[in-house]
Design a protein around this ligand. Structure first.
Ligand SMILES: Cc1ncc(COP(=O)(O)O)c(C=O)c1O
Length: 306
């Protein structure tokens, strides 16, 4: 259950958590067109708070909106200001931020281009998405029987609400089968990503991740991990990965705002490496968590501090 806080910011106003309701004819509820983000806010070592790469997340929110001819009502600058205010009003030092742009009620039918666009910022406390134990010791994953949505059928680069039906299918199938997460292949059979995370695969000291120009979400944690790997002088290449690579690699980790950096210890009952998080995964994870605490001067600009 989401832990309630006091206020939600909805269409420019603060409303009580329990009053942030919408009409049943809200267009997005019927057809799934909405765009959203997930952003973490961390408590820093100096006691302040910092949103992790908030500007990049809000830019992607507006990019996602643009892909569907949605004209955002609020600028990214306004949303930054309101996100900070929302955390202060709710006395949250750290937590998760969910910006959401959705289509309100008015016309029904698919076109409905004149329906009001609605905007919400919601904050709540949220721990490790794949569990504390998962972050520490790694998780067990399954290659999904569902392919990741593909180009020209959907827009995989958009963080759009409806895109997540595909992820939910994979996630539920994996969890109901006793795994913690699903790895999805693209329509051609290449490894794409997990249901809510990007994937990195390591063998013989070389890290590989599927290219940006494939059916993946351009993860902001993915970009951060690539930067960290480069700065640690660990070879990182963006290239196509096949299922066999998953079964014979030394290390695998997943990246995402919710999952942060989560090691994978088993894929389809194949043990990954030694079955414990490997040295490259641990190095990336350590530097990432240090960055989120504001302890790495090179990555200070990743934080929106307040
Ligand atoms: C499908 C999918 N891929 C990847 C990611 C990771 O993206 P980010 O690191 O920007 O959170 C997410 C999470 O937002 C996601 O939902």
């Amino acid at each position: 259950m989401v832990q309630k806080v006091d206020k939600i910011w909805l269409d420019g106003k603060y409303v009580n958590w329990d009053d942030a309701n919408v009409h049943i004819l809200t267009h997005s509820l019927h057809y799934g067109l909405g765009v959203f983000e997930g952003v973490r806010c961390y408590q820093l070592s100096n006691g302040k708070s910092g949103f992790f790469r908030l500007k990049e997340h809000l830019r992607r929110l507006h990019d996602s909106a643009k892909m569907f001819w949605l004209e955002p009502t609020f600028s990214t600058e306004e949303l930054i200001e309101k996100s900070i205010e929302l955390f202060k009003i709710n006395k949250l030092k750290e937590g998760y931020l969910r910006p959401l742009i959705f289509i309100g009620d008015g016309a029904m039918g698919l076109y409905a281009i004149d329906n009001p666009l609605r905007t919400a910022l919601i904050a709540w406390p949220w721990g490790a998405y794949l569990g504390e134990d998962g972050v520490k010791n790694g998780i067990r994953v399954k290659v999904s029987s569902f392919n990741r949505l593909s180009m020209n059928v959907h827009l995989p680069k958009a963080k759009a609400s409806g895109n997540y039906i595909n992820s939910i299918l994979a996630k539920r199938e994996a969890m109901l089968s006793g795994f913690q997460e699903a790895i999805m292949l693209d329509a051609e059979g290449y490894v794409a990503e997990a249901s809510g995370e990007n994937i990195f695969v390591i063998r013989d000291g070389v890290v590989r991740t599927p290219p940006a120009a494939s059916s993946i979400l351009n993860g902001i944690t993915r970009l951060s991990a690539i930067q960290i790997l480069k700065d640690l002088n660990i070879p990182i290449v963006e290239e196509k990965i096949v299922r066999e690579d998953l079964y014979i690699c030394d290390e695998v980790f997943l990246t995402g705002t919710a999952a942060e950096i989560t090691p994978v210890r088993e894929i389809d009952h194949h043990v990954v490496g030694t079955g414990k998080p490997g040295p490259i995964t641990s190095a990336v994870q350590t530097r990432f968590f240090e960055a989120t605490k504001g302890n790495v001067p090179e990555y200070q600009d990743w934080l929106e501090i307040f």
